[in-house]
Design a protein around this ligand. Structure first.
Ligand SMILES: [Cu+2]
Length: 124
């Protein structure tokens, strides 16, 4: 009997932890998903580490390698820009993308978009 007791407690504890962990992890995911996408800006290119995300909050964390740039997104009734930064600085664009489809990520400074600072981003 003492052997069973010795095992019963750790097994119960482990089971409880799994149960608690699954509840903690499941709740925020069910309510809204969030994705972080790293990006680099330079004259005149935008590179995204991820090309797509599931619907929810998407945070683009952009590092400006060279020039004076920002990062913006438009599509499906959304248009939002992060603040403009200079070489070596970071700028973050946090946006709620509720609709599936293709969005355009671009730089709104001057004519940078026409010069090539744009790329596609998909929401699944
Ligand atoms: Cu730019």
């Amino acid at each position: 009997m003492p052997i069973i007791k010795r095992f019963a407690v750790p097994v119960f504890t482990a089971f409880s932890l799994v149960l608690v962990a699954s509840v903690v992890l499941a709740v925020p995911e069910a309510q809204s998903r969030s994705t972080s996408v790293s990006a680099t800006l330079q004259s005149f290119k935008i590179k995204l580490k991820k090309k797509s995300a599931k619907r929810g909050t998407v945070t683009f964390k952009a590092r400006n390698k060279r020039g004076r740039h920002n990062i913006c997104i438009r599509g499906k009734g959304v248009r939002k820009c992060a603040k403009i930064v200079t070489t070596g600085k970071k700028t973050t664009l946090k946006v709620k993308l509720k609709k599936k489809g293709t969005y355009t990520v671009f730089c709104s400074v001057s004519n940078h978009e026409e010069l090539g600072m744009k790329t596609k981003f998909k929401v699944r």
